[in-house]
Write a protein that binds this ligand. Sequence first.
Ligand code: FE2
Ligand code: FE2
Length: 184
Amino acid sequence: MSNLQSNEHHAHHTQRTTRHVEKLEWNDGLLLGHGPMDDEHREFVHVVMALRNSTVETALTALAAVEAHLIAHFDLEHEWMDKTAFPDVYSRCHRDQHDEVLASVFQVHQLAAIGQIGLGAVHRLAQSLMDWFPGHADYMDSSLSAWINGQTHGGQAVVLRRNLVHEDRIPGSESNYEVDAKAA
Ligand SMILES: [Fe+2]
Ligand SMILES: [Fe+2]
């Protein structure tokens, strides 16, 4: 874990949220409520477990897949932060964690590609990612997800309220929902 934990700036976050994960499996408990982010996280689980189970023959392909996935996944989250003016105080720490994780993956990928490290080191990277992810999702991505939903849909309150309005709505009338959404 040393590469993932090296930055003092948020070492306390990592320590607080990292624990050993035997097997990372997708389940509804990992859903955060922002659909496109949940899709990224589902893919994260898939590519990281493929890396954890990789063999000498498949390790480099699995590393390339994790690297490509993480670049896209993190870029998307950064784009959402920018678009929704996610407060700096939260985004700085969040981006730092992404940068460190990506640096570790780049390093292991490069060394593995030239034969400097073996399968054990590749599997240790996969384990680090498995241990890191639940805490990062709980602590950092969940606040971003809630923020995005709050910015784009007026937050969870509107979702609940929309259901209520649906029940009461006069057939053919859209006005109840519009009035309600503006009020929220
Ligand atoms: Fe994420
Ligand atoms: Fe993130």
